[in-house]
Structure formats: structure tokens, C-alpha cells
Design a protein around this ligand. Sequence first.
Ligand SMILES: [Zn+2]
Length: 115
Amino acid sequence: MKKKVLSHPCRCGGKLVEAQIHVEHLGIDFGLRPGAVCTSCRDEYISDEVWEEVEKKVKKLKLFGLERKVKVRKSGNSLIVTIPPEIARFIGAKAQALVSLLPFERGRLEIQVLD
Ligand SMILES: [Zn+2]
């Protein structure tokens, strides 16, 4: 996974120089894109614009195709949402996995797999 942000120096304190970066994300090859590389640690950076383009394409190719509607069920006072197998595979979740539930606005919940 490439780091984004181009406007400040590398975390290591090294200098960034413009370069064509080979961008790959979630197994999708985006080819060479304008970015920067650190002259000391060789870390690669891509700009926010390229990052947005990558995210848009990923959504189109994979996430939209994976969208499923499931019904929320009840267990005691809690609610249960089941994760279909193809989505579980995609996000790397297994039974007994520890996940973090991150509500970030009304009507939206993000699930992050922790192990
Ligand atoms: Zn560096």
C-alpha cells in the first residue's frame, strides 16, 4: 500500500523527488502514475488526486459488485448483521475474528477487521 500526500517531506526526514510510481491497490494494477519517491528511504508517495482516482476505480470494479442487502435481526437488546461469505472473504473476516465497529454518521457503520 502506497502512502498518500505529496506536499511535505518524507516521514524519515528525507527529500521527495517527483517520479512515476507503480500503483497497485487491492490486487488491481493502475500502472505508472505521477508521484514522488524519498531519496533516502525510497518510500513512494502518490498525490491525493491519483489516490482519489484509484479509490473510485476500486469502488467501481470490486466494492459495487460486492454490495449485498441483508436484514438486521435481533438478539436480546443487540442487533445482528450477517456478513455474506464473498464480503467476508474480501475484507478478510473469519468467524471468531475481532472487529472494530466504527459508527461515523447516522446510518453508516464501518467494520474494521483487527485480526
Ligand atoms: Zn524517507
